[in-house]
Design a protein around this ligand. Structure first.
Ligand code: NAD
Length: 405
């Protein structure tokens, strides 16, 4: 299932004229100081709930900016949303939403807070027995509270899409609905100055792999989408290491432009535009979700572990796009084609490693014993025909995981 694709017709069409339905309703307020303007875009008289995570927003001044901007609104807060947001803690927020008659949700944080808030928005109006069915049974969302985000971690694109990923026990599942696109999102690059190296790196790798999932498939005569994707990949390769070099420096020594370029790249990587009219893969994400659920790896860490091995395992079906990727991203246009593909895959791995994200499961202290558990999870979640052609069956996933050890 193309969990991150919101148009079923995007899949499995080889025609050069792939129909699509593009509508992105999220207003973007981009740049330093834009948090101050959010009151203009929240309906007057709304009862607002501010949702956030572990408290980094209190340390870096973002909470204060939000509080100032909401001065004219009646608002409540719900902190403590975990990375890889958990169902039970989100249901606690749903309870408060109902008790307090909240009618607008404001997520302040990274993708976990944004995704969690989307689930709260949908669960608050869910009419069935158990809102978990939105994820487990993919029950369509028919109504949701309006929401917005103030992004502090460029990575997921959640600030401008209808996707949400929620974890319950060892189930990390996704849903997608046009009703949970944020009404607006603030992208102020200065909010990212306090990110630790691990999160800067994770964000760049996540955005890179989002782009790859919508680009590295098979050609459908889509030069515009391809060049959009290539511009994002090249920008992330250029800017990612610069942001890493600035980690921990005070605000006055930070490079605003670097942070701004990464932030905009991450949003465009998954605001649904570059995936329109082209095949999409998403197998790296689906296999990666099991690595987070079972081994607790960060989302981006799982992607860096899976992608190079998926590229290798799928080098025949992806051959034409791999050669294009090798040439346009890594400047490899001479010599034997197999070698160019080998070097492009090696360069991808090296880029992740330059960003200090490990690319092997064993580097996280796990061995071959985890493969059977991961395979059982994939099977249980119906992830048996992954990839742009549905040709990544369980055997191919096992091959990818074994190569990733
Ligand atoms: N909705 C989507 O389209 C989509 C796409 C990809 C991944 N995801 C999901 O998003 C989640 C990951 O989100 P994420 O990568 O944005 O990370 P995150 O939201 O989990 O945040 C990671 C950590 O960074 C901290 N943090 C955030 N902003 C900070 C700041 N400015 N300064 C200091 N610390 C800060 C958080 O408190 C947290 O501890 C995963 O669950 C993943 O599966 C969603």
């Amino acid at each position: 299932m193309p969990v991150f694709s919101d148009h079923p017709g995007d899949k499995n069409k080889e025609s050069a004229v792939n129909n699509f339905d593009y509508h992105n309703p999220t207003r973007i307020l981009f740049g330093e100081g834009e948090i101050a303007n959010i009151g203009n875009y929240i309906p007057a008289g709304s009862k607002v709930m501010v949702l956030y995570g572990g408290g980094s927003i209190k340390a870096n001044g973002v909470y204060q900016q939000v509080s100032d901007a909401l001065a004219e609104f009646d608002w409540v807060e719900h902190g403590g949303i975990s990375p890889n947001p958990k169902y039970d803690e989100l249901m606690a927020a749903v309870k408060t939403v109902k008790e307090q008659q909240v009618d607008f949700l404001l997520a302040v944080g990274g993708g976990s807070v944004a995704d969690g808030t989307k689930f709260v928005a949908a669960a608050a109006h869910f009419e069935g027995q158990d809102p978990w069915d939105i994820l487990a049974k993919q029950v369509p969302v028919t109504r949701a509270l309006p929401l917005a985000t103030i992004l502090t971690l460029p990575a997921t694109g959640s600030e401008a899409n209808g996707n949400s990923v929620v974890t319950r026990g060892e189930d990390k599942l996704a849903f997608n609905s046009p009703l949970v696109f944020p009404q607006f999102s603030v992208l102020d690059p200065t909010t990212t100055y306090t990110l630790p190296a691990r999160q800067v790196a994770n964000g760049v790798v996540d955005a890179f792999v989002h782009t790859i999932e919508q680009y590295l498939t098979y050609p459908v005569n889509s030069p515009i989408q391809d060049r959009f994707a290539e511009s994002l990949l090249l920008t992330l390769i250029e800017e990612g290491p610069k942001a890493m070099a600035d980690v921990g420096k005070p605000a006055e020594q930070q490079n605003y432009d670097v942070r701004a370029n990464i932030m905009w790249a991450a949003t465009l990587a998954l605001n649904t535009l570059i995936g329109k009219g082209v095949p999409q893969d998403w197998a790296t994400h689906m296999i990666g979700h099991e690595l987070t659920a079972v081994l607790g790896l960060d989302h981006a860490q799982t992607l860096a572990v899976v992608l190079p091995n998926l590229m290798q395992a799928q080098r025949q079906p992806k051959r034409e796009k791999l050669l294009q990727y090798a040439e346009r991203i890594w400047g490899l246009n001479e010599g034997d084609e197999e070698t160019r593909i080998d070097v492009a895959i090696a360069n991808t791995r090296a880029f992740f490693e330059t960003m200090k994200v490990k690319t092997r499961i064993s580097e996280y202290g796990h061995g071959a014993e985890v493969v059977d558990t991961l395979m059982a999870q994939l099977e249980r979640h119906g992830m048996v025909k992954l990839g742009e052609r549905g040709d990544i069956d369980l055997g191919r996933s096992r091959e990818i995981l074994e190569a990733a050890l």
